[in-house]
Design a protein around this ligand. Structure first.
Ligand SMILES: *Cc1c(COP(=O)(O)O)cnc(C)c1O
Length: 242
């Protein structure tokens, strides 16, 4: 395949995929009696080249997600504005200074230490950073995030930190389980989200419940997700990137 035909084929595929994902989101929302406008679509653009991200943006995608600080910063200037960007990957303390102020939300806050560092760097540049707290809902040893048992107490603790504002929760459930089990994890997340929201904790908005990826966003929407993070189902398998 020539470079030119690869590019146009892939753009066509992105357009079709995006349409299909949007339809599925709408269908899932309606089926569970939810308002379609309450479910936001994030196009996960990790490993995707700027020309294809820009294509998705030109088709009306407004929110992108990246999991690596360096990769995002290296692509950012090539992206067509305006768009909203969230960091969704584990963040190391030494990278915080580089990402604060560069994204709209840091979704992957998984320790009090990282929350403090985000607060500190945000205050330094005079901003308040919106964050989500990541919950390891499946108790998966290989995953980052607060445990369901500790999350409420951590929300109280982190809400006291200056320079940040908690806007909700995010999760990545264990991969290797049946879809019905995944649904239980999502349902547990929804319950946590509601319980924490009911406590009306100072400096904390339970606005965003970020859950659901290419393989399970339908189940996540049925369980109350307000933001689905979809990569593969839009851009194709990351293994085929050139
Ligand atoms: C890669 C990634 C996604 C998207 O996964 P797909 O299965 O490709 O849709 C969503 N959330 C996080 C945190 C990711 O790292």
């Amino acid at each position: 395949m020539t470079e030119q035909s690869y590019i146009s084929e892939r753009k066509k595929m992105i357009e079709e995929n995006l349409k299909a994902v949007r339809n599925d989101i709408a269908e899932s929302a309606i089926k569970s009696g939810r308002d379609v406008s309450d479910v936001h679509l994030m196009a996960v653009t990790k490993t995707v080249e700027p020309q294809f991200i820009n294509h998705a943006l030109s088709l009306g995608a407004t929110l992108i997600g990246e999991n690596k600080v360096q990769e995002y910063l290296s692509k950012k200037s090539e992206l067509s504005v305006p768009f909203e960007a969230h960091l969704i990957g584990h963040l190391q303390t030494n990278k915080v200074r580089q990402i604060v102020g560069e994204v709209d939300v840091i979704q992957s806050v998984d320790s009090v230490k990282i929350a403090k560092e985000i607060g500190k760097q945000s205050e330094k540049i005079g901003i308040t950073s919106d964050i989500l707290l990541e919950v390891n809902i499946g108790g998966d040893e290989n995953k980052f995030g607060f445990t369901p048992e500790e999350i409420t107490e951590k929300v109280y603790e982190i809400s006291e930190i200056q320079g940040i504002r908690i806007q909700g929760l995010m999760t990545v459930p264990p991969f290797d389980v049946e879809i019905e089990k995944t649904r239980i994890f999502f349902s547990n997340m929804r319950q946590l989200f509601i319980d924490i929201s009911d406590k009306k904790i100072h400096n904390t908005n339970m606005e965003i419940l970020s859950m659901g990826m290419s393989g399970d966003f339908r189940q996540a929407i049925a369980e109350g997700s307000t933001l689905v993070r979809v990569g593969t189902a839009i851009f194709g398998s990351r293994y085929y990137n050139r």
